[in-house]
Design a protein around this ligand. Structure first.
Ligand code: BG6
Length: 478
């Protein structure tokens, strides 16, 4: 069905750096509906031509040179339009209603690339102006709330205006190729299933390490911290994909039913347990990749006394039959030594070792910087004697599929919204179950005043994050 996409927050970073470049690629590959208009919305007074110039400048900077050409840009820009309105003012929505063609044959997608405090007023103003018919969809970005209570409130307001099938809650990690590959690895290969369980797995590590600091997002980040910004959503979603049972079908409800069961099985961490199971950190000054970086509390828009965590590590247990007794170690942080996102499945050692230098196998699934799946096995070194060393069965996914262009997460996700496929989006109960588990940790930190431990920018995080594993004779995979 033809549809238009309205981007609230149309002059913001997300729209200019991610959404418009992704839509350009989709247009270039003839995947957008023929008559689709893309309407940027913000309070700024801008003539359409100036919005197009602004969009062009950012798209040129984001899109690879070889993929940007003037004639494609010209045809893409014909889709672009701009509307200046105040998304908190009900009167402005009746102006919007006049320019929209929303009807039974023409759909509308509302993308809320705005601050979350506008979600509720946009959703209810759209409803008041009869702009939420069954041919419309709404896309919202994280953070969906700041706590369970605020997430419930946002979901309730959105839910009063739109039915659940119309709501697309984006977690851009689910649009990443290797994240989807996790499902292919687990459910399209018979090989791993028999060993994908407590009897054979010692523990799992999920690390999302960044070298960037808070950049220009101090104001938002200082109220969020690493647990709300990354762990409540991206890392828990990765955990769900590693731990869930095979869905009966590859469709939105079947996949999300299995993910939500994992979130509900996470063992609560509350009260004094936070001291044992969680580590908070905050970066101090240091050197990242040859550049001096300031301490977090000196960053722009950050409180000088801030005790927001820029690093978090947690030992998580899943109370179900498959995973009982297998810890999942999650960690994420800013201003660390290297940018890597990876999952390690650490298998148990062989039951009876014949060789003194044998080590347990592990499977590495790297999401970034390169997409790689690598299984470490033990092999005999050539020559006399039985000396073993680990060797890798290594797949570089970019090389394996050299002829296919790698899609950015937002391309895949925007196309799914257009095609009305919500498999890779978070359902209401998933978001709420994730908050239900995170909330007691936040409360425990407050009750027991767990201040973040300092770590030097450019390091591997605070010492205590290492002790979290060392006390069980384990170590982070660096
Ligand atoms: C965002 C967070 O959701 O994900 C950012 O708000 C973080 O703080 C980013 O930097 C990381 O995404 P990626 O795709 O670069 O790993």
């Amino acid at each position: 069905m033809p549809c238009d996409m309205l981007v609230f927050g149309g002059t913001g970073d997300l729209a200019l750096h991610k959404l418009l470049p992704a839509l350009y690629y989709l247009h270039r590959e003839h995947r957008l509906p023929g008559a689709m208009r893309i309407i940027g919305i913000s309070r700024k007074l801008l003539p359409r031509e100036n919005y197009i110039k602004l969009a062009e400048r950012h798209c040129r900077a984001q899109i690879e040179k070889k993929d940007f050409d003037d004639s494609t840009w010209l045809s893409f820009s014909e889709r672009l339009d701009y509307l200046s309105m105040d998304a908190s003012q009900s009167a402005d929505f009746s102006r919007l209603a006049k320019i929209l063609k929303c009807n039974a044959k023409h759909g509308c997608i509302y993308y809320l690339a705005t601050a979350p405090n506008l979600f509720a007023s946009i959703a209810s103003n759209l409803a008041r102006n009869n702009l939420t018919g069954t041919n419309t969809r709404i896309v919202i970005e994280k953070p969906i709330g700041h706590s369970l209570e605020s997430a419930l409130a946002i979901n309730a307001t959105i839910g009063a205006a739109f039915s659940e099938e119309q709501v697309f809650r984006i977690d851009h990690y689910l649009g990443k190729e290797t994240v989807q590959n996790l499902m292919a690895l687990r459910f399209a290969n018979a090989l791993f299933e028999p060993v994908w369980r407590a009897a054979h797995i010692d523990h799992v590590q999920i690390s999302v390490n960044e070298t960037l600091g808070v950049e220009n997002r101090g104001e938002y980040y200082d109220h969020a911290g690493a647990i709300r910004d990354m762990l409540q959503n991206h890392l828990l979603q990765l955990l769900c994909l590693v731990a869930m049972e095979a869905p009966v079908r590859f469709d939105a409800d079947a996949v999300r039913n299995e993910k939500v069961k994992i979130l509900q099985a996470l063992r609560p961490i509350s009260g004094i347990d936070v001291k044992d199971k969680t580590v908070r950190g905050q970066y101090a000054a240091g050197n990242v990749g040859g550049h001096n970086a300031p301490a977090y509390y000196l960053e722009k828009d950050v409180d000088n006394d801030s005790d927001t965590e820029t690093f978090v590590a947690i030992e998580v247990e899943i109370d179900n039959w498959r995973w009982a007794g297998v810890p999942f170690y999650l960690r994420t942080g800013k201003r660390l030594a290297k940018k890597t996102s990876e999952i390690i499945i650490q298998f148990k050692p062989v039951p009876h070792s014949l060789f003194s230098d044998s080590q347990a196998n592990h499977l590495l699934i790297r999401l970034q910087p390169e997409e790689r799946i690598s299984l470490e096995l033990m092999a005999k070194t050539p020559g006399k004697g039985m000396h073993l060393e680990p060797v890798k069965l290594d797949i570089n996914l970019a090389q394996a599929f050299q002829d296919n262009r790698r899609w950015e997460a937002y391309e895949r996700l925007l196309l799914d919204v257009i095609e009305n496929d919500s498999t890779l989006f978070m359902r209401r109960d998933e978001v709420e179950a994730a908050w239900q588990w995170v909330d007691p940790i936040l409360k425990g930190w407050e009750q027991h005043y767990q201040r973040p431990r300092p770590y030097a920018a450019g390091s591997n995080g605070p010492e205590q994050a290492h002790s979290l594993l060392e006390k069980h004779n384990r170590a982070w995979h660096e």
